[in-house]
Design a protein around this ligand. Sequence first.
Ligand code: ATP
Length: 281
Amino acid sequence: MIDVSDLAYEYPSRRALDGVSLRVAPQTITALVGPNGAGKTTLLRCLAALAPPYAGTVTIDGLDTTAAPREIHARLGYLPDFFGLYDALSVRRCLTYAGWSHGIAPALTATAVETAARRVGLLDRLETPAGELSRGLRQRLAIGQAIVHEPKVLLLDEPAAGLDPQARRDLSTLLLALKDEGMTLVVSSHILSELEDYCSDMIIIEAGRIVGGKAIKVRDVERPRYMLELGTARSDLADFLKGAGIDVIEAGGFEIRSLDTMYLPGWRPATFNYWGTAVAR
Ligand code: ATP
């Protein structure tokens, strides 16, 4: 569905992508993982036919992004990392506006809007102004705007950023449902702990180059697993747990912030009440 071959992209002052090649199979969810400045946003913009390659090729659904950007925009939805919503407009009007922007005929727009609202779970909020939605629901509306034209491919730049654990779980459920309905998704993130909830593949990018990738095993729901919700920030928690002989499945090597989550196999919740509450999943 997505083919990238030897892609390079340059900003005036620096080369942001260099020799990037990758392939994304249809109806999968691929995680694009890397530290700040690695090139994730630039790569997503190249995939979305918003940034023309300096060298190499990007093909989406058989179409070259340089030769056919408009056809690709019709087949693709893109959620930028900092998306904007018209706060004064209702959910219905936001989705209608997005539908018209994507060229949906006026006679078909009402149905497209209700379908998108249903897919993102906002059918009961159609008349609510976007400015009155919670952060998680705003994220859903932004995704609704990106899928109102029924794209085959959906690109999401850090969609879980700023969401609380419950909203992140809801997001995982939504992304899996979109995949099951036939979509191909690429999701950039640095919150590694959630990726195995919904991603089938992972691509690791650093300093503009692909440095790794792997198929992610679908989470085994039978395996005992606990989620730790931190009430207080503790940047050395992962090291502390490792030192105590606890097998941390994913703490990511990133700073663990308040309310971030970690997954620990076979771990007894009572041991760590010192930091907060543990929830069995
Ligand atoms: P983050 O996780 O912080 O969003 P990222 O992995 O998405 O980072 P990019 O935003 O793609 O990384 O940036 C890749 C590199 O290109 C960085 O070194 C960044 O400083 C640089 N860059 C990004 N946008 C521009 C720009 N408009 N002009 C010049 N350099 C830029």
